[in-house]
Design a protein around this ligand. Structure first.
Ligand SMILES: C[S@@+](CC[C@H](N)C(=O)[O-])C[C@H]1O[C@@H](n2cnc3c(N)ncnc32)[C@H](O)[C@@H]1O
Length: 397
């Protein structure tokens, strides 16, 4: 159950990391013991990517023991930072020599967030946990240390990440059940589980998760969507396919589960030239920036995606676009940039729906995300504010 510890600089760095996380995610002796035992460097053996800027946009530079020198590299591995380990579903730090463009598709999550979620999940001795999104395997290993490998199953969608995680987890001395596949389908063969924890986000809770977690068990996941709104929710499973739970504090976000990723927007220039109704906007683009308003906007317009454009010499325009039915809302600033006009086209008035949700929230006193609850029943999945009889938003199916 215990990872090999070297007693050298890495062991010292693990202690330092645990000290730093104390009160910032880490709350218990049991999880502290896991943090001080599991060698994070083993889960990023060929390094990670550091984000940077170039004239052509974001680039990612490989950070490896060779580029940095082992001691400096180890210090970075034990920073409370997310370590991006894969770009575009296939590029790893060992594959490239210098900065490359790309989008992160796998990582070792911010340690303070990993332990905070493990503390929130709070599995007890003997509990069986299903993890969705093995990633590097670091969080899987922490759970193996705490609960014993026989009590942990982890599913990773990406074949290359799954293979790397298997090697790292095995090398660190743990033997959980590891599955390469779609975590949205869960693990029927290992069910029932006491808890499910997802380190990728979902737009809607998969039925399989509900079926595979026992009555009274819990599901901890981020609910996200195509506008990049997000919220961490802790559900308790009830009878007959029901579950309910409130959103937890904090601004927690994860990459979306791959099968639920947004459809490609493609070239929308013709779509945005379609006829549109114009009116003054009551709420501007800040709705798509601020944490709780963005979450609400996404609940109100779950098919919408964000796009910013600028025509030469013109103002920056913010669009919400539902590419599936061709609906769009474009926020156009006035000359002084203080107020906005909204142009809406297609079958759905996206901005009307978004503003209505913001109105409900503001009428309730603009409460934090913890005032929202997610409820699942045979009738569907709904998020409500304060009490279930208040206006609510149905999650996409
Ligand atoms: C943020 S990383 C996981 C971090 C990991 N727990 C760690 O500590 O290293 C998210 C992972 O979820 C995986 N993922 C995305 N969609 C998935 C799905 N449907 N089923 C299982 N894994 C998925 C991604 O490939 C990625 O490796």
């Amino acid at each position: 159950m215990t990872a090999p510890t070297d007693g050298g600089p890495a062991a010292h760095l693990r202690e330092q990391l645990a000290d730093r996380l104390q009160g910032v995610g880490l709350r218990s002796v049991a999880w502290r013991a896991a943090v001080t035992a599991v060698p994070r460097e083993s889960f990023v053996p060929d390094g990670f990517f550091r984000r940077g800027n170039s004239p052509r946009g974001t680039v990612w530079t490989p950070v490896t023991p060779v580029t940095e020198g082992r001691e400096a590299w180890l210090e970075e591995v034990y920073a409370d930072e997310t370590l991006v380990t894969q770009l575009d579903g296939g590029v790893h730090p060992g594959d490239v020599d210098g900065p490359v463009p790309g989008s992160p598709t796998s990582s070792s999550t911010l340690p303070s967030l990993v332990v905070r979620m493990l503390e929130d999940l709070d599995p007890k001795d003997g509990d069986h946990v299903l993890e969705i999104g093995t990633g590097t395997g670091y969080s899987t290993a922490l759970m193996c240390h705490r609960l014993g490998s026989d009590h942990v199953t982890s599913i990773e969608y990406d074949p290359a990440a799954a293979a790397r995680a298997r090697t790292a987890i095995t090398t660190a001395g743990y033997t959980p059940r590891l599955i390469q596949g779609d975590g949205l389908l869960g693990d029927p063969n290992g069910a029932p589980y006491d808890h499910l924890i997802a380190t990728c986000s979902v737009r809607t809770i998969p039925d399989a998760w509900l079926r595979q977690v026992r009555l009274g068990g819990t599901i901890l996941t981020t609910l996200s969507g195509w506008l990049y709104g997000s919220g961490l929710v802790h559900l308790t499973v009830g009878e007959n396919g029901t579950a309910e739970g409130t959103f937890l504090p904090g601004t927690v976000s994860f990459m979306i589960a791959r099968p639920q990723a947004a459809p490609d927007l493609g070239d929308v220039s013709d779509l945005l030239k379609q006829p549109a109704d114009e009116r003054p906007a009551r709420h501007g683009p800040e709705v798509l920036r601020d944490w709780v308003p963005l979450f609400l906007a996404q609940l109100a317009a779950p098919g919408a995606q964000y796009l910013g454009t600028r025509v030469a010499g013109g103002p920056r325009l913010i669009h919400a676009i539902d590419i599936r039915d061709g609906s769009f809302a474009t926020l156009v600033p006035d000359d002084l940039g203080g107020t906005f006009r909204v142009d809406q086209g297609g079958p759905t008035r996206l901005w009307d729906d978004i503003e209505a949700a913001i109105d409900v929230w503001q009428a309730a006193g603009s409460p934090p995300q913890t005032a929202f609850t997610l409820g699942l029943s045979a009738a569907g999945q709904r998020v409500w504010l304060d009490t279930p009889d208040r206006p609510s938003w149905v999650l996409p199916t």
